[in-house]
Ligand binder design. Structure first.
Ligand code: SF4
Ligand code: FE
Length: 490
């Protein structure tokens, strides 16, 4: 397995094309707006090297028997699924951010089982190709991005009906040795800092969409692939000198528009090519795994947010107030409810035909549906406890400024430190730090991962409601009611 340093060094060897603010970024590994997201993924490598986390962070590959990073593992049991969620909670606690590597893990498990079933029906060899690819990924300990969300254009139209066919990734040329693809994936998590990408369709498809029913892997720096970096709220604070106003100086998430401009994919990396009726299966499985994931990662980030709110209350001298205690209880209750959903859908997991384990789809969708709501309430309570200072405080440069403003020679720094002093024994700087950290998590750069991503990541709320409707089995529930009510007719 790679160390964190080896992972970061390996990124330097890639020629990934990255654009930001209208320009090409050559040294994207050290770019202050990108590096925090690389640090996050690096933690998935660092923790795997630590004996205390070995059980959570590593697994034994069912393909090779080698010890591998759990992020490259095919889940072999409900216990593996539970460990996945616990690993994600741990990483959320350590980074207070989206650590990005899960999309690849969820893609591995979805593509592994789906390719098995395609081969079963058509006699294709997608599954064997995928196994070979995954063994390479596991042995090299690579980070692979799982890319699903197409731009989609006019939402009322199927892929083949779009005015611009590139609104969904599609095959533009079929050759003896492979295919050429065009299109893009939007708000793609963790694309720049991944070694490879796996592309999957984003919706169920019909026969006319054959050319859009495509899944494949390619290196992130392959010819024709490039990325345009996504903005985050307050992102340019990362370009400032200080380390306080940024809120979380070390870690952050990352999203980008990933463009495929006539990219050639050799046959050995194609996992779906025209078998349109399996597009829906791949989407459903990937989404199910990623909806389970949110019962881990968002809970870990929630742990840090609850801790930050409790610290803010303590610094203000109100930690003993019953109203504050009650808010912290409510935040904990909501956060642990999300965790319960993540654990439940894992415990109820079952084997796929290919042998790896899948979560209970109904419970995974219930998990994510709750994630579309509870973090918003947790954030509201955190802001309630923190008070308005988290959005009105002067900059850290003011706190250290020597510019004289007072009649007795007081500097701007003196004035800020005087009026923003908290309870005795707490430094103004610590108060500043916790307020800025709360701002970062509730409505700054990290809010991308904690708030809006909670709503739209792994599918927007309506996508889960469709799945809940499909999996909820109302007919069986009606039978239960009929039996007890003594209704015998059909
Ligand atoms: Fe992982 Fe959560 Fe980020 Fe998805 S949103 S990649 S599950 S940390
Ligand atoms: Fe996500």
């Amino acid at each position: 397995m790679k160390t964190a340093k080896e992972y970061i060094d390996s990124l330097r060897e890639l020629n990934t094309r990255v654009y930001m603010f209208g320009e090409k970024i050559d040294n994207w590994v050290d770019h202050p707006m990108i590096r925090p997201s690389i640090n996050c993924v690096a933690m998935t490598y660092a923790l795997a090297q630590m004996p205390e986390y070995e059980d959570l962070m590593t697994a034994t590959s069912n393909l090779t028997g080698h010890k591998i990073n759990r992020f490259a593992h095919l889940h072999q049991s409900p216990e593996d699924l539970v460990k996945k969620v616990k690993m994600q909670r741990l990483l959320g606690q350590v980074t207070a951010s989206c650590f990005q590597r899960c999309v690849g893990m969820d893609a591995f498990n979805a593509v592994f089982s789906t390719t098995y079933e395609i081969d079963e029906k058509y006699g294709t060899d997608y599954h064997e190709r995928f196994r070979k690819f995954l063994i390479y990924v596991q042995d090299e300990d690579l980070t692979v991005d799982g890319a699903m969300t197409d731009p989609k254009g006019d939402r009322s139209k199927a892929p083949h009906d779009q005015a611009d066919p590139d609104m969904f990734v599609h095959v533009v040329e079929r050759r003896e040795d492979g295919i050429v693809v065009c299109g893009a994936k939007c708000h793609q998590t963790g694309s720049i800092n991944s070694h490879w990408h796996i592309f999957m369709p984003t919706i169920a498809m019909g026969e006319a969409d054959k050319d859009w029913a495509v899944s494949f892997a390619c290196p992130s720096d392959t010819d024709g692939l490039y990325m345009i970096y996504g903005r985050q709220s307050c992102d340019t604070r990362k370009l400032e000198d200080g380390k306080i106003d940024v809120g979380n100086a070390k870690f952050g998430g990352q999203e980008a528009l990933v463009v495929l401009d006539h990219v050639f994919i050799p046959n050995e990396y194609i996992f779906l090519n025209g078998e349109y009726e399996f597009a829906g299966m791949m989407v459903e499985r990937f989404a199910g795994y990623h909806r389970q994931s949110y019962g881990g990662c968002k809970v870990g980030v929630g742990d840090v947010l609850i801790g930050a709110a409790a610290l803010a209350a303590e610094y203000n001298g109100v930690e003993k107030a019953s109203a504050v205690k009650d808010k912290l209880i409510e935040m904990t209750h909501l956060n642990e409810t999300l965790y319960s959903c993540g654990i439940a859908c894992s415990c109820e997991g079952c084997p796929t035909k290919a042998g790896n384990y899948q979560i209970d789809l109904l419970l995974a969708n219930v998990c994510k549906q709750n994630v579309t709501r509870f973090p918003y309430e947790i954030v509201r309570l955190a802001e309630d406890i923190a008070g308005g200072l988290m959005v009105t405080m002067p900059s850290e440069k003011d706190f250290s400024s020597n510019t004289v403003v007072g009649k007795n020679g007081e500097t701007i720094g003196d004035v800020c430190n005087k009026f923003f002093a908290a309870k005795e024994g707490v430094s103004t700087e610590d108060r500043q730090r916790i307020m800025r950290f709360l701002e970062n998590m509730c409505l700054g750069a990290a809010a991308v991962g904690y708030r809006t991503e909670s709503l739209h990541g792994a599918g927007s709320p309506q996508a889960q409601r469709i799945m809940i409707a499909r999996q909820g089995n109302i007919a069986a529930k009606k039978e239960l009611a009929k039996r007890i009510a003594g209704i015998t007719e059909d």
